[in-house]
Design a protein. Structure first.
Ligand code: SF4
Length: 510
């Protein structure tokens, strides 16, 4: 029995070995990971982090012709407002307009918590179906209905035959996981269980007739097309310029690229089984779905690292070429791209050389960015991954080779640790998630987003864009300098004299 047979997918905390708190050298982290003790580490004091439900919303709200029903107190929906702008611009950048952007809360109150919220959920879904006629309704359950025991799947199954829309239940209680990335598994589980991934005859293709004189030619054409088609899996942190860059490189290898699953329509999902290779752009995102597609359709997959930086992009392309039989072609592409890039980077190198940089964000992205920054001549002081898991070992082994003794602080936000490190190390630049910008600036460093949907980070153009952002931002750091002088941080002064990892519990051997 595999995970997909269960109603509710496992959280990352149970599916993988997860660490949410660590401070020390990369060698200690890897040693601790091998022994298992890193996964039993945590904090004796934590600031708040964000919840998996937010990330699930960020994914499903990108699906065109969908409405999201948020089953819970209305406050959980405060996340949803933030998504309208990026998703609308993300849709436009991918060539289609989102005329409507709808989400509805079941608005559970005190009496529902006592009496149950199932009836409200049922009525809300029926209302959405008849009022807005979406093609798909995502029902997202939050903490409260999971505590009181509302049976989301039973309600959805009971409604399935009376709705015109497809219905996809998603179990997203924030309290169940310490790792936001659980959202990827939750959403993929819901999509794989409730939507079609196979093409429909007479809708998506004309079935071959073996008595047709062209049968052999048509079958050969179909097989060839499938052999040159690859699925590329995107994520909210990978914007339109990044997708275009990766598609540019894969198209140069004569591959046809389908991008999924964000911003994909129900018609696009039906083509997921029509590819010869499923390619992940980030280890953290896709292993759950790629495993399902492999078991269901036998499609091989590639989960390596992120194509961020010169070396990483080359390795990533070579690994794809090995699977698609384009090894000679890829060498010519890499040679030309690298030569062009080196020339373009030349005027910026001197301005970046020796700049001290800290990285804060997704576990794989920060490690890949560290390598990119080294390629540009910057000095990487440390990385702060949001979490660490057993899948990350190969990437961090590579990090240890590139940066012996580098400091790793595993921390989901935990800005008190972040500002302590910034005050102590005084980096020239901090690459961090957009939510951390104010803290970085108030602590006195220049901030650059670790990802931004309108910017390029992946592939060769990504290297150039990162270099250009660094040069521009370093030209005038006075905003951060003035902010740090004038805006006090809320922490006691003696905190900055303490070890930033004072609240990380000592390792427990397991
Ligand atoms: S943690 Fe729970 S209550 Fe808070 S926003 Fe997330 S789902 Fe809602």
């Amino acid at each position: 029995m595999s995970y997909i047979d269960n109603k509710v997918p496992p959280t990352r905390d149970t599916r993988l070995k997860i660490c949410a708190g660590f401070g020390g050298s990369v060698e200690d982290l890897l040693g601790c990971s091998k022994r298992g003790c890193v996964f039993a580490k945590d904090r004796s004091f934590s600031q708040t982090g964000s919840c998996q439900m937010y990330l699930s919303l960020a994914m499903v709200m990108t699906i065109p012709d969908s409405v999201t029903v948020l089953h819970g107190p209305v406050g959980c929906g405060s996340h949803a407002y933030m998504m309208e702008f990026p998703i609308k611009t993300g849709s436009t950048g991918r060539g289609f307009q989102r005329s409507s952007f709808l989400w509805i809360s079941t608005n559970l109150g005190e009496s529902d918590i006592i009496g149950g919220g199932e009836q409200k959920l049922k009525e809300t879904v029926q209302y959405v179906d008849t009022e807005f006629h979406p093609r798909v309704i995502f029902v997202v359950s939050t903490c409260a209905p999971n505590i009181i025991g509302d049976d989301l799947d039973e309600i959805c199954d009971g409604l399935r035959n009376e709705l015109t829309a497809k219905i996809v239940p998603l179990h997203c209680p924030g309290f169940k996981t310490r790792v936001n990335a659980t959202a990827y598994d939750t959403v993929y589980h819901g999509l794989a269980k409730n939507l079609e991934f196979e093409p429909k005859p007479f809708v998506d293709f004309r079935p071959f007739n073996k008595y047709d004189p062209n049968f052999d030619i048509e079958s050969a054409k179909y097989k060839y097309k499938k052999s040159r088609t690859v699925n590329l899996f995107n994520a909210s942190a990978i914007g339109v310029p990044d997708e275009k860059e990766v598609v540019r490189l894969l198209t140069a290898m004569d591959l046809k690229v389908n991008i999924s699953t964000e911003y994909s329509s129900l018609d696009d999902f039906r083509l997921l089984s029509e590819a010869s290779l499923n390619i992940s752009m980030c280890t953290v995102h896709d292993d759950y779905l790629l495993d399902i597609l492999n078991k269901r359709y036998g499609t091989p997959c590639l989960i390596l690292n992120m194509p961020i930086g010169i070396q990483n992009t080359g390795e990533w392309l070579r690994a794809i070429a090995k699977k698609t039989g384009d090894t000679e072609k890829v060498e010519a592409i890499i040679k030309k791209e690298e030569a062009d890039l080196m020339k373009a980077l030349e005027p910026m190198r001197e301005k970046i050389k020796g700049k001290r940089v800290l990285l804060n964000g997704g576990v794989i992205r920060v490690a890949c960015m560290a390598v990119l920054l080294k390629e540009l001549g910057a000095e990487v002081l440390g990385v702060r991954p949001y979490h660490y898991d057993s899948l990350s070992d190969p990437i961090y082994e590579r990090l240890a080779e590139e940066f012996p003794g580098i400091d790793v602080n595993v921390a989901s936000n935990q800005v008190y640790e972040l500002v302590n490190i910034i005050k102590r190390e005084k980096p020239d630049l901090v690459f961090a998630h957009p939510g951390s910008n104010a803290w970085v600036v108030k602590a006195g460093s220049v901030w650059i987003p670790l990802f931004a949907p309108a910017k390029n980070y992946l592939g060769y153009r990504g290297v150039y864009d990162v270099a250009r952002s660094m040069v521009r931002s370093l030209r005038n750091p006075s905003f951060s300098k003035n902010a740090a002088e004038r805006i006090p941080l809320p922490f006691r002064k003696d905190w900055y004299a303490k070890n930033p990892y004072s609240y990380i519990a000592a390792p427990v051997e397991i």
